[in-house]
Design a protein around this ligand. Structure first.
Ligand code: TRP
Length: 337
């Protein structure tokens, strides 16, 4: 087991799209909160971000990778407690992926819903899109990960990782891959789109639909605009268990960002017209993002510091990943270098 008796946690964010309040509330803030309890490793999964090659703009891509790394830190991931690194800095991810590719049944990959929805019937998509789950399994398995904090939408990928690990362990007993469990965030931490509360707030949608999301780096004016135009309904219902999806989303966000309890929130906003709730939400959102944005600004002026953190992170990551890869290579019969 990792680091004394602590269980190991691994998660990652793709450096694509626009990081938003849903990523903060549903993921990064949760991660920051478990750093003492677990041996935590947080990766910027840049290799995953090239599976849609048409979307790569090299200059923007490089900036985005560093932006996500800086936002990890700005949101409270502490390099003294957690390992923070870029996936492409640890070559074991790619080598592990090759070995696991040869052990992963093609049928399992064709059945993944993310592949089906992204590829459709288009035969010219990159092979990496099909292979995405194997790279993700490599990320997780290389670190003997016990728990993987991810949203509901990633559950199938964790199931795939578990099935693949079990299969490898059966084929090559010496591999001893650790079977990971998903760690799904609490219900209130799932933020829906402001413009359409039937779908989860999404980084890629946020790029194209203004008013869909609150970006972590949005200005107070942008935050205000997005929240004030958020979808509600024609009722006056601001009770958690009775509100329509749009209002419920605003209530949930207000609850996590204000730290107030539900009874107090309902007492303040129920039957009032939604303008009051929205204005209050604008305030708590701006207040919550202010320190994050200030720390982010500091980090953009300290690229050397960020570079050092990422180098140290990659070094520690390699010191864990390399022995796991060696274990699998040995179990399969490769000759030790
Ligand atoms: N597929 C994940 C997502 O889109 C990102 C990811 C890649 C990941 N590798 C991972 C998450 C390993 C957790 C663990 O959200």
């Amino acid at each position: 087991m990792a680091d004394g008796q602590k269980q190991r946690v691994f998660s990652g964010v793709q450096p694509t799209g626009k990081l938003h309040i849903g990523n903060y509330v549903g993921a990064i803030k949760q991660w920051a909160g478990i750093q003492d309890q677990y041996d935590t490793i947080f990766c910027v999964v840049d290799l995953h971000a090239v599976t849609i090659p048409e979307a790569i703009d090299p200059k923007q891509f490089r900036a985005k990778i560093l932006e996500v790394a800086a936002l990890y830190l700005a949101c409270g991931i502490d390099p003294a407690k957690s390992t923070i690194f870029l996936q492409s800095h640890v070559p074991e991810h790619s080598e592990m992926t090759w070995l696991l590719n040869c052990l992963a049944p093609l049928g399992w990959l064709y059945r993944m819903t993310q592949f089906k929805s992204k590829a459709g019937t288009n035969e010219s998509v990159g092979t990496g899109l099909l292979d995405y789950p194997v790279l993700m399994a490599s990320d997780i398995l290389l670190y003997d990960t016990n728990k993987v904090p991810v949203g509901e939408d990633q559950k199938q990928h964790i199931e795939f990782t578990r099935d693949l690990a079990q299969r490898v362990n059966t084929m090559f007993a010496g591999a001893k891959l650790v079977i990971p469990d998903p760690m799904i965030p609490p219900a209130g931490a799932r933020v829906m789109g402001l413009d359409d509360a039937t779908a989860k707030m999404s980084k890629s949608t946020a790029e194209t639909r203004k008013g869909h999301a609150i970006g972590l780096l949005d200005t107070p004016a942008q935050i205000k605009k997005a929240i004030m135009s958020a979808q509600t309904d024609s009722e006056n219902e601001a009770r958690f268990d009775h509100a329509g999806p749009g209002v419920r989303n605003l209530l949930d966000l207000y609850e996590v960002l204000s730290g107030q309890d539900r009874a107090a929130i309902e007492a303040e906003f129920h039957g009032q017209g939604y303008g009051k709730l929205k204005k209050a939400l604008v305030e708590v959102t701006i207040a919550a993002l202010e320190p994050i944005q200030a720390r982010y600004q500091e980090l953009t002026g300290a690229q050397d510091y960020l570079g050092d953190i990422l180098r140290q992170g990659a070094e520690r990551a390699r010191s864990i990943a390399a022995p796991t890869l060696a274990r699998l290579r040995d179990a399969m019969g490769f000759v030790a270098p």
